[in-house]
Design a protein around this ligand. Structure first.
Ligand SMILES: O=C(O)CCC(=O)C(=O)O
Ligand SMILES: [Fe+2]
Length: 315
């Protein structure tokens, strides 16, 4: 496969069962083959997206000293600001050429769960920043819920199998700024090749060139979305759970050609995580004599801890 398939969530939400099944087949096949789809029919409206980009740009335009006030020690970068060059891909020493922000879960009706997560960080200089972030978080979470329902059906599970695990889950929304490049990077990339940690990722901002995805033949292909599409890919947690039936595809953001070094890239992934107790053990239906169990049993919480250490965000 050398193109990212496009699917429409409206098909899954339709009363027409044939359309619903068509969506399930399309996304399931795409995730077995390339691990990515471009999705239309999500719950983000244009006005919200415009507001979000404006707020995100305003934030990254703040002086470095102001942004650093929002970098909170001891929480592995899980909320607030993470400064330029701090995160590196697993197995790579050079930091990625990016700075980012994390909005985390807005826990409802569960005081114990709320205590488990670090607080969201409020930006004093920008009165709308947090409100717009929260709204976007909720719309992407809702979109992700239906995508996971379609995947549950594809995997022969109850349609609502994931609902309980993602409600108040440890998801994060990460606006990223890749600043203009001033001198030739020595081995560093905007985002070095990596697989995502979580269940699925919903990515806003893949309209410009930059994002590349490695197909099953090991070739890098450009992944570009239409204006009304978001990219959605499988992360390592779902790959483990499905015994690699659904693929967590390696992807990267390449540095632009020198004539475009002066331009920033903004992208906004939403990493859908479950609650920490979810067992990622290989599903019964996904292992048999022809598909031996490829992964050790582990919980989502344990897996996340392990990976944050490998990314240099946690000691
Ligand atoms: O910036 C992008 O387009 C992709 C970012 C990404 O893959 C990530 O943050 O995991
Ligand atoms: Fe990624």
């Amino acid at each position: 496969m050398n193109k990212i398939p496009s699917v429409n969530l409206a098909d899954f939400l339709s009363d027409d069962l044939a359309k619903k099944q068509k969506f399930i087949n399309e996304i399931g096949h795409a995730y077995e083959n390339i691990g990515f789809v471009a999705l239309k029919g999500h719950f983000l409206d244009e006005a919200l997206v415009t507001d979000l980009y404006a707020e995100v740009k305003n934030f990254f335009d703040l002086p470095v000293a102001s942004k650093e006030r929002y970098e909170i020690p001891g929480i592995g970068g899980q909320r607030g600001y993470v400064s330029f060059g701090k995160e590196s891909a697993k197995g790579k020493k050079e930091g990625d050429l990016k700075e980012f922000w994390h909005f985390g879960q807005y826990v409802e009706d569960d005081a114990e769960r709320a205590k488990e997560y670090p607080d969201n960080v409020l930006v004093d200089e920008l009165p709308k920043f947090n409100e717009v972030g929260e709204k976007t978080f909720k719309m992407l979470e809702k979109t992700a819920k239906y995508v996971l329902r379609s995947l549950a059906l594809y995997l022969n599970l109850e349609e609502t199998y994931f609902d309980h695990y993602i409600r108040n889950g440890n998801s994060i929304l990460r606006p990223i700024h890749y600043p203009p490049i001033k001198t030739a990077p020595q081995g560093a990339e905007r985002a070095a090749a990596h697989g995502d940690i979580n269940l699925i990722t919903l990515l806003m901002g893949a309209q410009g060139k930059g994002l590349q995805v490695q197909n099953l033949n090991g070739e890098w292909i450009d992944a570009m979305a239409e204006p009304d599409e978001i990219m959605i890919n499988v992360g390592d947690m779902l790959a483990r759970h499905s015994n690699n039936k659904l693929k967590s595809t390696i992807h990267r953001v390449v540095n632009p050609p020198e004539e475009l070094w002066g331009t920033s890239r903004y992208s906004i992934p939403f990493f859908m995580h479950p609650i920490s107790e979810m067992k990622l053990d290989v599903l019964e239906d996904c292992a048999d004599a022809a598909h031996l169990k490829q992964f050790e049993d582990i919980t989502a919480g344990e897996f996340l801890e392990q990976r944050l250490k490998e990314l240099g965000l946690k000691k």
